[in-house]
Design a protein around this ligand. Structure first.
Ligand code: NDP
Ligand code: PYR
Ligand code: MG
Length: 419
């Protein structure tokens, strides 16, 4: 068998396993659980009529009591229109449901947050916004997922303005936070700084634009970052730019991805599969950083990249390679922190607090249970470990606490107890 035949065989095998995993023993990945006794007549008279009328009266008189008498305070909606599901494109809400159920699993598993996945058929951004706004009273927070740019920006902004609970577009800010944490660590390992690094971001959608904005907020000079879309480098001379792309445009004579990559220190791919040629990697500066984050297939595969050069730090979005730069490290813990202090939003201070908590944790000794989960003997801060693993139990302590503290300090928390 050739290498590529072997790879195709492994992919087909994993795909079969994934279908069985989703289908058996019962379809899907989540259900609901009852949290109060429901075994006797008396239980029913409390849980349902007549007893249930009293919390209704209380909440009617004081809506904040919904946090005391219902699951609102620990319930997040993962909501999509299915327009940018992973790197698979506009497959629609229903086809996106396995991903949304997956996000719900991660919310519960990593942060004990209950979650409903909601797939919306919406003919326009306005229809989507109205749908989400109308169902928002049920939830303590809204995680927008896999909504394509540029509509995602308008949708998130409108909902933040209309609602008093956190609205967070995971593909924008969750991804940006993990990129920033991993990049700061990788730059240090490569002996470079954010202030000096030349950065290429392939993909100027939800993840790309938010990634650039956060890196600039952290100190990357705006004119050191080339953003690239299907038409090439986003430069100030282009007439086809929406306002979000215009915000990341730079003045340059360069036009193509290959030209952008020539001499670059950092490549961040949030676009699609197999878009980076080996020659482009070969042309990067010494000791480059390559984050090929498209899911499920990265912009360049680690085996291909490593064959081109051995001085790089490489990350993907996947669970099956070292250095998983994936928003799973963000949204469960960020929402945990936001819900714990009943924050009205997830602002930039909270995002930067999450970046700092994540990058600091990667420098500490790794607990045995993390090594066991990954079948490793040893793992320490270095080129193959720039960011904590999702199964690290310390994430649950550190990231929410940092986010909650930042919410309090920046004045968006409505509860400051226990901190
Ligand atoms: N690892 C992680 O945690 C995450 C990874 N991602 C990955 O990032 C990718 C983009 O997601 P998202 O930002 O939500 O999607 P969007 O649809 O919002 O943006 C996609 C962007 O990629 C660009 N693009 C797509 N194909 C090409 C191509 N052939 N050449 C150049 N540019 C291209 C698009 O260009 P144009 O504007 O010209 O159409 C667009 O700017 C997906 O693969 C997704 O899996 C996203 C979030 C988290
Ligand atoms: C990880 C993720 O959210 C994505 O690829 O869209
Ligand atoms: Mg996503």
């Amino acid at each position: 068998m050739t290498d590529s035949e072997n790879k195709a065989h492994l992919d087909a095998d994993l795909n079969r396993q994934a279908l069985d995993f989703h289908a058996l023993p019962r379809p899907g990945k989540i259900g609901t659980e009852v949290t109060k006794p429901a075994a006797t007549q008396h239980d029913l008279s409390l849980a349902y009529t007549p007893g249930v009328a009293e919390p209704v009266r209380q909440i009617h008189a004081d809506p904040d009591l919904a946090y005391r008498y219902t699951n609102k305070g620990n319930l997040v909606a993962v909501i999509t229109d299915g327009t940018a599901v992973l790197g698979l494109g506009n497959v629609g809400g229903l086809a996106g449901k396995p991903v949304m159920e997956g996000k719900a699993v991660l919310f519960k598993r990593f942060a004990d947050i209950d979650c409903f996945d909601i797939e919306v058929d919406a003919e326009s951004p306005q229809a989507f916004i109205e749908t989400v706004a109308r169902i928002a009273p049920t939830f303590g927070g809204i995680n927008l997922e896999d909504i394509a740019a540029p509509h995602c920006f308008e949708i998130e902004q409108a909902l933040i303005e209309q609602l008093d609970i956190p609205v967070f577009h995971d593909d924008q800010h969750g991804t940006a936070i993990i990129i920033a944490a991993g990049l700061l660590n990788a730059l240090e390992l490569q002996g470079k700084t954010l202030a000096e690094a030349r950065i290429v971001v392939l993909g100027a959608g939800a993840a790309g634009i938010a990634g650039v904005r956060l890196l600039v907020a952290l100190g990357a000079p705006r004119d050191h970052i080339f953003c690239v879309d299907r038409q090439g480098i986003i430069h100030t001379g282009r007439q086809d730019l929406n306002p979000y792309k215009r915000g990341v445009a730079v003045e340059t004579e360069k036009r193509t991805l290959a030209e952008a990559m020539d001499g670059a220190d950092v490549f961040i791919g949030v676009s699609g599969p197999d878009l980076v040629a080996p020659e482009m990697l070969a042309a990067m500066a010494p000791r480059p950083i390559v984050f090929a984050l498209s899911n499920p297939v990265p912009e360049i595969r680690p085996a291909v990249a490593m064959a081109v050069r051995d001085d790089l730090v490489m990350a993907t979005g996947r669970s099956d390679y070292p250095n998983q730069i994936n928003n799973v490290l963000g949204f469960p813990f960020i929402f945990r922190g936001a819900l714990d202090v009943r924050a009205s939003r997830v602002n930039e201070a909270m995002q930067i607090a999450a970046v700092e908590a994540l990058r600091t944790l990667a420098r500490e000794p790794v607990p045995a249970e993390v090594l066991d989960a990954y079948g490793l003997q040893e793992l320490s801060f270095g080129p193959d470990y720039i960011i904590p693993k999702p199964f690290d139990p310390r994430l649950r302590e550190r990231v929410p606490a940092a986010v909650a503290r930042a919410a309090i300090d920046s004045g968006v928390a409505r509860l400051a107890e226990d901190l």
